[in-house]
Design a protein around this ligand. Structure first.
Ligand SMILES: [Zn+2]
Length: 411
């Protein structure tokens, strides 16, 4: 462990481990058949906590272009439920803050325009900021003005010089992905009008700890956030939080509303509620974060014990859902085709490829009915009910479902 590693927020040397998941390949690149003989490059997935500011963070070991390069395949509009989430957000914000044709909405990490399209439909002017070429071009093709750049202080200053000023700024699931969180937040403080509002959504670390969601830890994430730490960072940039909503997305997220320190927004009850919840859990001291690593190791032992005993009994196991989450779990636990035969996924772009690290072949869901495994390990535990319902046929041959998180369960 390097003693020179410094907190990305406050610069304090990082001495404490939150969880160490070892060295694993990048989660969201599936291996093509022609690359099957090449080893997957692996990178440490070691998450630490700053004992000074309590920011939970991972070292940025991967070049950002590796995540957001030409091959980046995640188009937000492919997920119908996420587009609906965005539509409701747009309707809600237009009503709440009285947005009109005289307003300006800026979204950072605007992807393919899945969110801004709903403001455009209501005649509210927008600007997207999106560094990934493929998704930014998809947005532009839909008529959504998009700047193809990384966001931060410099970009915000340039946009301000060009006459942009935002009434509403949105940023969903990007705050945890930025290596320089202070530069990023400074950008919002720069581009926001004096009475403008910034909403930021991120997975809540309280749920990560409480529900043992260690499989949501990826190389793409630089930080794992609490309201407490976000408030501290925003304060440094002259911003203040005035409302917080708890969302069910990504295993439990927060939507934090902030404005300039002197803006007229009054504090809503959601702010006090989430502050109290975090205080009750003890997120303001190191104790709440200690012991997570041991809890994660226990989940690994339980999964391996189950898979090994299934194998010893001659039972077969297949997995469902070729998503990033599953890769963190399988690779941390060292599961390969010796223990799980294959994984199925409905996305036909993934079929025919292999999971990174574990090298499970990705097949069509029909394969399950064909091979009738004794157990189906559901990797996206957040969708366990839907998958159980979809794959009801598994019961017909006496098969069972399994989840590993929050704890091993066979049902
Ligand atoms: Zn710190």
């Amino acid at each position: 462990m390097s003693g020179a590693l410094l907190c990305i927020n406050c610069g304090t040397p990082l001495r404490r481990t939150f969880v160490n998941l070892g060295s694993t390949p990048i989660s969201n690149f599936n291996v093509r058949p022609e690359d099957i003989s090449k080893p997957d490059p692996t990178y440490p997935l070691h998450v630490r906590i700053c004992e000074s500011c309590l920011l939970v963070q991972a070292e940025g070991v991967v070049d950002r272009s590796a995540h957001f390069g030409e091959d980046y395949q995640y188009f937000s509009s492919f997920a119908a439920s996420w587009v609906e989430h965005a539509r409701r957000y747009a309707e809600d914000m237009i009503a709440r803050f009285g947005l009109s044709e005289d307003s300006m909405v800026v979204e950072v990490a605007s992807n393919d325009g899945y969110l801004l399209q709903h403001f455009v439909a209501r005649g509210v002017p927008v600007l997207g900021v999106e560094p990934t070429k493929s998704t930014a071009n998809a947005a532009i093709a839909k008529g959504i003005p998009t700047e193809m750049v990384f966001f931060g202080r410099a970009t915000a200053e340039r946009l301000t010089r060009e006459g942009y000023a935002a009434d509403l700024m949105a940023s969903n699931n990007v705050l945890a992905h930025v290596p320089d969180i202070n530069d990023f937040v400074a950008g919002f403080a720069t581009l926001l009008k004096p009475e403008g509002v910034w909403t930021v959504e991120f997975p809540h670390i309280l749920n990560l700890i409480e529900e043992n969601q260690f499989d949501t830890i990826y190389h793409e994430h630089y930080s794992y956030l609490s309201l407490l730490v976000v408030e501290r960072i925003l304060t440094k940039h002259g911003l203040r939080v005035f409302n917080v909503e708890e969302l069910r997305t990504h295993g439990g997220s927060l939507r934090v509303f902030s404005c300039h320190r002197d803006a007229h927004q009054s504090e809503a009850p959601g702010l006090a509620r989430v502050r109290a919840k975090e205080a009750d859990f003890g997120l303001d001291s190191l104790g709440a974060y200690e012991g997570f690593d041991a809890k994660v190791q226990a989940a690994k032992k339980a999964l391996l014990a189950f898979l090994n005993s299934a194998k010893a009994e001659g039972k077969t196991v297949a997995a469902y859902g070729a998503a990033a989450k599953g890769n963190t779990l399988l690779n941390y636990c060292g599961v390969g085709t010796d223990l799980v035969a294959y994984v199925v996924d409905r996305n036909d772009k993934k079929q025919g490829r292999y999971l990174p690290g574990s090298r499970l072949p990705i097949l069509a869901p029909e394969k399950i009915a064909e091979t009738k495994p004794d157990y189906v390990l559901i990797l996206p535990w957040n969708l366990r009910r839907e998958i159980e319902a979809q794959m009801g046929e598994v019961r017909q041959w006496g098969g069972k479902f399994v989840v590993a998180i929050p704890k091993l369960e066979v049902f």
